[in-house]
Design a protein around this ligand. Structure first.
Ligand code: GSH
Length: 213
């Protein structure tokens, strides 16, 4: 991906899976921002960690010319501030967007603890516990409330933002891993449909590399 001094190329470094990188890919695709999708392996991450190029030793990591930033909520905030469509309303909407992105990150962490990172012999029980104790009584109702409060279909209402990229990628995983019955969650279903139907997102969902996580 080439750039110039006025528009330096964006490079996103992440593993060759959806994970925490997918929300950034979705945001960049939705906004038609060209970027290098630098998908690395675990050994390559180890090399980067040894070189000290990653501020927290973690990915996703985004570079744009001389600027670079780690931590997915901060990456999305950076992109939304620079490229977002919220314009003048960004000042007042920013805390809501960041709050929603952080909430998605909280759930992502909980989901990973009960799935990918869970010991093999405890996985089934931990998943069941997550669904019964956390997902159904607390998380899905709170996500639904977020859309009811904004009026939907997006986190900010009619205005799309980086928070939608974040929640879409997390809800995709929630659906894929826990198969919840979303019958009583019309706001969530409307959001998923509206975001997936955005032209650049629909094209990306058709063409993107299929990975299990
Ligand atoms: N809060 C961070 C979490 C970053 C994180 O834990 N990334 C994982 C991949 S999803 C990672 O780099 N793990 C390798 C390691 O920490 O050694 C974020 O949202 O970016």
């Amino acid at each position: 991906m080439s750039g110039d001094s006025k528009h330096p190329a964006i490079k996103l470094t992440y593993f060759d899976v959806k994970g925490r990188g997918e929300q950034v890919r979705l945001y960049l695709k939705d906004n038609a921002i060209p970027f290098e999708d630098n998908r690395i392996s675990f050994p390559q991450l180890g090399e980067e960690q040894k070189k000290g190029t990653l501020p927290w030793g973690s990915v996703p990591f985004l570079e744009e010319g001389d600027f670079s930033i780690a931590q997915s909520p901060a990456i999305l905030t950076y992109l939304e501030t620079k490229y977002g469509q919220a314009g003048a309303s960004w000042g007042t909407n920013q805390p809501r967007v960041i709050s929603a992105i952080c909430a998605a990150e909280d759930h992502r962490q909980l989901r990973l603890q009960s799935t990918l990172f869970a010991p093999a012999d405890q996985k089934e029980a931990l998943q069941k516990k997550h669904v019964e104790d956390k997902l159904l009584p607390r998380w899905l109702p709170n996500i639904e409330k977020m859309f009811a409060k904004s009026g939907g279909p997006y986190v900010l209402g009619a205005q799309v933002s980086a928070a939608d990229a974040s929640w879409f990628s997390e809800l995709e995983m929630i659906v894929a891993v826990f198969h919840p019955d979303l019958q009583g969650f019309a706001g969530i279903r409307r959001f998923m449909e509206a975001y997936a139907a955005r032209p650049n997102i629909a094209a990306y969902l058709r063409e993107r590399k299929q990975t299990p996580v």
